[in-house]
Design a protein around this ligand. Sequence first.
Ligand SMILES: C[S@@+](CC[C@H](N)C(=O)[O-])C[C@H]1O[C@@H](n2cnc3c(N)ncnc32)[C@H](O)[C@@H]1O
Length: 270
Amino acid sequence: MKEKENYVTKSANFLRKIENHFAEIAPRYRKLRTTDMEPILFIERELSEADRMHGADMGCGAGRYTLRLAKQLGKKCHLLYCVDKSEHMLIQLKNFFVEHGINHFKILHSDAHKVPLETDSLDFVVSFNAVHHFDMSNFLKEASRILKNKSRLFVYTRLKSQNARNVWGMHFPNFTDKETRLYELDELEHMIENTPNLSLKSIRYFEYERTSTLARLEEQAKEYHYSTFRLFSKKEFDRSIEIFKKNITESYDVNNVTWKDQNILLVIES
Ligand SMILES: C[S@@+](CC[C@H](N)C(=O)[O-])C[C@H]1O[C@@H](n2cnc3c(N)ncnc32)[C@H](O)[C@@H]1O
């Protein structure tokens, strides 16, 4: 009993810490992260036969992918629901959409596990870089509920092993040990298989050549561009960033740090 109480308390504190993180970083989030067009173009091709669609982006954040998707789909998307549990992120998204003259969207301040949308009402659901923050099984059940028959859920994420191969996983001490939320492919496959009415249709791997400077990388980590950095104590973070700087200086020209980022996109059919 004692163990369970401790676990529950820790888990609630953990979720609050991450919520505070997203509230704090919301105004800077889009500038701190790198956004790629490839998954958007892939999704557009997958949806090329449909028209006047209703869709949702779950865990849309400040809308960097949502906006690109809305623009790319154009009139083929009649209404795009932007779902996030952080109102700070949603304020950023709203301003961003207005600045870009996009108005076929609706904001839903909601938990991705229980969305105020009707059963069998959507033609597609997307989620970018967010499922490791969700209770994946409940999210899949909810996506299955709101999707129409024979429509698709697109999950874009990075696997635990892909995370270990990026510049942080390779050179920032304890980055991969702290990031316990990401999945491996077999875990995702298993959860999809166990969700009634969902099946994995295809998997697409993405790889991006990156170039940056040590100064920019240091700035991103200190601004917590990945929530993983919030999971370090100040002492641990200070120690790790010093070792990271030393590792990068020893292995690269600090003005030309290169690595590959990898992601995966799951196409799931309802
Ligand atoms: C890493 S950010 C990604 C945001 C955006 N998809 C992107 O790629 O820029 C994760 C987002 O998921 C949201 N989030 C986390 N847990 C959630 C939940 N249970 N329901 C809805 N949104 C959630 C956070 O508030 C945050 O905006």
